[in-house]
Design a protein around this ligand. Structure first.
Ligand code: R5P
Length: 296
């Protein structure tokens, strides 16, 4: 297998290649003065098994087009098996039309990736895993929650508890897995979001955090409101320190400011999103999954 690093995930692709002892495919990218993207493989990829690595963090739309162009080029030039590793799979909220007339963006993206010739898709902590059931190709949703918990545990925690900031099944599962990884307890808060205004309310459910270190584990920090609500409630209930570990630290607008205001101890993301909070790598998680991939 050879690894192709998309413009969003060059370092991550390099780490994956190193762990797999696989070569990187030399490639060239640039943007024309009008903003259009250019991609070129600098070696023959025909007959090769390729792993294209490209996360789709904001701005999602140009990053998506980069992925489409890389995938199209690989298929067009005769690559054999093409795996995609898209840690942050943008547009993964809608598995159905919640309101009449809504677009099904996640379905469209899946259809395009399949039409362009992807054989297998790997992603990390997808926001809504039901989205993957719309794909015809094999898909794998990996989780970074265990690695995030391990990062905090290595710092030396006092009687830790992992807390999910909302009560969705998938969110509680992530918190449970993170807790199991470090031998801690877990709990969850209850959150509701208004489908029209996007306003978030987190209920002040009692959590056993008094004098304990808490780790809030979530898939995404976008505006930071969900995580900030959780940190505020846990601090108010007597938590010693509250850490936030998140697979995709988008941290839009004043998200960091909001979290600092409520007294977060540390915000940790993964290299799914390249920023200063990317302290945990998703490379080992993918490599383990590739080694366990069922044969076709
Ligand atoms: C929501 O269901 C997700 O799991 C995240 O909690 C959410 O996307 C975070 O968004 P924000 O940072 O804007 O509250």
């Amino acid at each position: 297998m050879k690894v192709v690093g998309g413009p969003c995930s060059k370092d991550l692709a390099g780490k994956i290649a190193e762990l797999l002892s696989a070569p990187m495919v030399p490639a060239r990218t640039k943007r024309f003065p009008d903003g259009e993207f250019y991609f070129k493989f600098d070696e023959d990829v025909s007959g090769e098994d390729l792993l294209i690595v490209q996360s789709l963090y904001p701005p999602q739309d140009p990053h998506l087009l980069e992925l489409f162009l890389m995938l199209h080029t690989a298929r067009d030039l005769g690559a054999d098996r093409i795996r995609l590793f898209v840690p942050y799979l943008a547009y993964s909220r809608q598995d159905k039309r919640y309101l009449e007339g809504e677009c099904l963006s996640s379905k469209m993206i899946g259809e395009i990736l399949e039409d362009l010739g992807a054989d297998i898709l790997y992603t990390v902590d997808i926001h809504n895993r039901r989205v993957l059931s719309m794909y015809k190709i094999p898909t794998y949703n990996l989780t970074a929650s265990g690695e995030l918990a391990r990062y905090f545990a290595e710092k030396g925690l006092v009687n830790p508890i992992v807390v999910s900031p909302d009560d969705e099944e998938i969110a509680i599962e992530r918190a449970r897995y993170a807790a199991e990884t470090i031998g801690a307890e877990y709990d969850f808060l209850e959150k509701r979001r208004d489908r029209y205004t996007g306003e978030i309310v987190t209920y002040e459910k009692q959590v056993d955090v008094m004098d304990r270190d808490a780790i809030v584990i979530d898939d995404i920090i976008s505006t930071g409101k969900t995580a900030a609500n959780a940190v505020r409630i846990l601090k108010k209930q007597g938590a010693r320190r509250v850490f936030v570990g998140v697979s995709h630290a988008l941290l839009l607008g004043d998200a960091v400011g909001l979290l600092n205001e409520v007294g977060v101890e540390e915000i940790v993301g993964t290299d799914s999103v390249m920023n200063e909070y990317a302290k945990v790598s998703v490379a080992p998680i993918l490599v383990k999954a590739l080694k366990e991939e069922p044969s076709p």
